[in-house]
Design a protein around this ligand. Structure first.
Ligand SMILES: C[S@@+](CC[C@H](N)C(=O)[O-])C[C@H]1O[C@@H](n2cnc3c(N)ncnc32)[C@H](O)[C@@H]1O
Length: 228
């Protein structure tokens, strides 16, 4: 990983009066000074989010060579790059990535430009993969409305849909790893996972911004006996 994760020199953005809003200047300044944005550029990752998956996998060790993986909310493709490398694409493993936005191709990765809310999405995934899945990942996030409760509710719905996808596709002992925005519905979601996973962990990677309410839920050792 790039040395820039420890580089402390700070870039300031100067703008002519009236040419940029305060919020866009702040956003630009944050991007330019974010060690994970800088490292992603140097390491060739398409997003800083790649480091979240690297940390999650260092902690829980679910990605391994030859595994079959689904990456929900894959654009622009940072997580898919990490998965592709670890499972050994294009020779070993399978990765199916899904997003409502298009992504630039990654060697060996199947991509569906689709919406997890579509009622046919599970069938579409099954037809494309033709096998059961070892790991379902979700970094899906709704586009920000600026209204905290609305965003949290939408993120919760995406997490519930990701769990539903995992329940349909995971094989025994499979892993589910999903982004969640903390708040209303979190405990209900975790308790609904308890019937299907022998162990459930909550984890916030170092690379997840401190001021963000996001955490990741990890369900280990999927057991389909309680499926309706
Ligand atoms: C934080 S980004 C994912 C970043 C990605 N993990 C990476 O490393 O590049 C969240 C993604 O979720 C996608 N998304 C949001 N709603 C979705 C839905 N209903 N179905 C599929 N993808 C969705 C967005 O289009 C966006 O690309």
């Amino acid at each position: 990983m790039s040395n820039n994760l420890t580089n402390n020199s700070r870039v300031k953005v100067k703008v002519k009066k009236g040419s940029k809003s305060v919020s866009s200047r702040r956003w630009l300044e944050r991007q330019l000074n974010d060690p994970y944005v800088i490292a992603a550029k140097e390491d060739g990752y398409r997003s800083r989010s790649a480091y979240k998956l690297i940390e999650l996998n260092n902690k829980f060790k679910f990605l391994k060579k030859g595994k079959t993986v689904i990456d929900l909310g894959a654009a622009p493709g940072g997580w898919s790059q990490v998965v592709a490398k670890i499972i050994g694409l294009p020779k070993n493993g399978k990765l199916l990535s899904i997003d409502i936005q298009d992504i630039m191709p990654i060697e060996g990765v199947y991509f569906i430009n689709g919406d997890i809310m579509d009622e046919d999405i599970i069938e579409t995934i099954k037809n494309k993969l033709q096998c059961q899945v070892d790991i379902v990942l979700s970094d899906m996030a709704p586009s920000a409305s600026g209204h905290r409760n609305t965003d949290q509710t939408r993120a919760l719905l995406l997490a519930e849909l990701a769990l539903d996808t995992a329940k349909h596709l995971l094989q025994k002992d499979g892993t589910f790893c999903c982004k969640l925005i903390r708040g209303k519905g979190e405990e209900e979601l975790v308790s609904s996972m308890r019937s299907f996973f022998s162990s459930i962990k909550r984890y916030k990677p170092e690379s997840s911004r401190k001021n963000s309410a996001e955490i990741f839920l990890i369900g280990l050792n999927f057991n389909d006996q309680n499926l309706a």
